[in-house]
Design a protein around this ligand. Structure first.
Ligand code: 5GP
Length: 198
């Protein structure tokens, strides 16, 4: 049986990075795909762990060689999922998680209609802004850009399999984990039916 491809999206500041990290901590049988990006490495980030940091020329060469499963431009930088790792893992029966924005998620949905797309939303836009300001990673100008992008991203939410609110962190992590196990048991049940000798 092939692995399941899970996608987690949500506006910047929703807390999807933290939720994703915790879900992966508690879920051994799930592998995160490391994306490539042209954006600057931030303090505390590790090349090859947080992202593969590449130049614009390198990224465009990867696109030209057909090496990207999906890619998008987000606030002036390229972000994309390298194809090779994801396909190998899925073919080995391993479940894979992509933490990506909606332009990319919708490309994934076209390529893998069976992928499970989860969209995290904040409790309110003012809370989203508050989280972006409090984490202090971006300039005021970047925060304004991210909030603007968030509105477009939220318009894509109903194209996802499920929408999950991140109000309480622990509850949100549990909902994502429960959803993943539900999808696994659904797939296993269907697989048993298909393979049953009659
Ligand atoms: P950040 O700059 O905050 O790390 O990421 C900005 C946005 O890019 C986030 O919404 C993140 O989920 C998204 N992103 C990260 N990696 C990828 C990727 O490989 N493909 C796409 N389409 N989006 C990505």
């Amino acid at each position: 049986m092939k692995g399941i491809l899970f996608v987690l999206s949500g506006p910047s500041g929703t807390g999807k990075g933290t939720v994703c990290k915790e879900v992966l901590n508690r879920e051994d049988a799930l592998t995160i795909s490391i994306s490539a990006t042209t954006r600057e490495k931030r303090v505390g980030e590790v090349d090859g762990e947080t992202y593969h940091y590449v130049t614009k020329d390198d990224f465009e060469a990867m696109i030209d060689r057909g090496e990207m499963l999906e890619y998008a431009t987000y606030n002036g930088n390229y972000y994309g999922t390298p194809k090779a790792g994801v396909e190998t893992l899925l073919n080995e029966g391993k479940d894979v998680m992509l933490e990506i924005e909606p332009q990319g998620a919708l490309q994934v949905k076209k390529l893998f209609p069976e992928a499970v797309l989860m969209f995290l939303v904040p409790p309110s836009m003012s809370e989203l802004k508050n989280r972006l300001v409090t984490r202090g990673r971006e300039s005021a100008e970047e925060i304004a850009e991210r909030i603007n992008t968030a509105k477009w991203e939220l318009e894509q939410a109903d194209k996802y399999t499920v929408i999950i609110e991140n109000d309480d962190f622990e509850e949100c992590v549990k909902t994502v984990l429960d959803y993943i196990s539900q999808k696994r048991s659904d797939r296993a049940a269907i697989d048993r039916l298909i393979n049953e000798k009659v």
